[in-house]
Design a protein around this ligand. Structure first.
Ligand SMILES: O=P(O)(O)OC[C@@]1(O)O[C@H](CO)[C@@H](O)[C@@H]1O
Length: 380
């Protein structure tokens, strides 16, 4: 029995606040970071008005993905936005934002990532710098400690503004509502291709590259496919350009961060690391609807690792599931062994035990970014 779908029309709900509070602030940030002219700013203002009080308008651009989006928008155009599913609505919002800033239009802003200034600032921030410096502790750790530290970095990197704790004296499990790095590593029983579906650029991506490096150097994977978004998405989501930006940043650093950058660079050149950007990663759909080519890839993977909140929502289904809904049941549609590394930043959660849910109470733990989870579904 499917739980109720999350829509954006419930005043005061998290999804409603994303559209009525987060998006206007984000548009202000985008317009402050790039000198868009009055036409672009007018289109962005119109998108905010439409998405908070109007009906869904069709795409009016000639982008390469237009036909794909026409199919994904079938049945949605003409509906009041407030009736739309949160996942669909926000995904369409970001696709419309790219059109509004001229990302698909030959001209001044063609192919210019409207979120690049924010991603660059985060990559050079004090928090990310501290995270990358903390990589120097990795070689001093035992194998188990390094396993735990690398996973901790990947999980909490999803909080974006967190410099993860590598010292073995610091608990990395504070704020975990489910799972452990031991559970994560138990999925890796020996070699094969690992697929890592990345989330955000900058600091999170740097931690993900450290995880990719660790998977290869510890022979849990003989190759890693790193999936990123084909276009800018949900503000900080990583694109192929962001992978290069983070990799080049690592290469300029001394110590372990630089060494990781060199090993990833070599891995890209010899094929042990591959970057892909399948259109489905910018689709407004959950992973039940993934196309056959992607399904076959994940089915043949030793493990698929999904990073972040949006991937989690797409994996388990963006619904008001009871938090104790078994994770394995919620992800049984996913081909092959799968792991979710996620900071909780929206209301969807499954796979928690009764005691944990009771202990967490009714606070903002679901959306505040204070808690995280590691959940796995091993091979059948
Ligand atoms: O996927 P990420 O980067 O971890 O988080 C994405 C997010 O910030 O955007 C959506 C709401 O705007 C939610 O899924 C979540 O709050």
């Amino acid at each position: 029995m499917e739980a109720p779908q999350i829509t954006i029309g419930e005043p005061g709900s998290f999804a409603w606040k994303v559209f009525h509070e987060r998006h206007p602030a984000m548009v202000d940030q985008v317009c402050a970071a790039t000198p868009y002219g009055p036409e672009v700013r007018s289109r962005l203002a119109g998108l905010l008005r439409e998405s908070t009080a109007g009906v869904v308008a069709p795409l009016d651009d000639e982008a390469p993905d237009r036909e794909r989006w026409a199919a994904w928008a079938d049945g949605q155009v003409g509906r009041p936005w407030r009736e739309c599913a949160f996942l669909w609505a926000e995904s369409y919002f970001f696709r419309r934002l790219l059109a509004a800033v001229g990302y698909f239009t030959p001209g001044a802003w063609w192919g210019v990532d409207p979120f690049a200034p924010m991603k660059t600032a985060e990559l050079h921030s004090a928090a990310t710098t501290a995270t990358l410096q903390a990589f120097d502790a990795l070689p001093e750790l035992s194998a188990d400690e390094r396993d735990a530290a690398v996973v901790r970095a990947a999980v909490w990197g999803n909080q974006a503004d967190l410099a993860f704790q590598l010292s073995t004296g610091v608990s990395g499990t504070a704020g975990l509502v489910a799972g452990s790095s031991r559970e994560f590593w138990s999925l890796f029983t020996g070699g094969g291709p690992v697929h890592l579906v990345a989330d955000n650029a900058a600091g999170e991506l740097a931690a993900d590259l450290a995880l990719v490096d660790h998977l290869l150097t510890t022979r849990r994977a003989d190759r890693v496919v790193l999936h990123v978004k084909p276009t800018p998405y949900y503000v900080s989501d990583a694109t192929p350009a962001d992978v290069l930006a983070v990799l080049r940043h690592l290469l300029d650093l001394p110590g372990e961060a630089g060494a990781i950058g060199q090993r990833i660079w070599a891995g890209l050149r010899d094929g042990r690391v591959e970057v892909r950007a399948h259109p489905f990663f910018c689709a407004p759909l959950d992973y039940r609807a993934m196309p056959d080519d992607l399904r076959q890839e994940f089915a043949s993977a030793a493990v698929t690792v999904l990073k972040g909140d949006l991937n989690y929502r797409r994996l388990v289904g963006d619904r008001y599931w009871p938090a104790t809904t078994p994770f394995g049941g919620a992800v049984s549609h996913f081909p092959g062994p799968v792991a979710a590394l996620r900071v909780l930043k929206s209301e969807v959660v499954v796979g928690l035990d009764e005691e944990t849910v009771a202990g967490l109470g009714d606070g903002a733990w679901r959306t505040s970014g204070s808690h995280a989870l590691i959940q796995t579904n091993p091979p059948a």
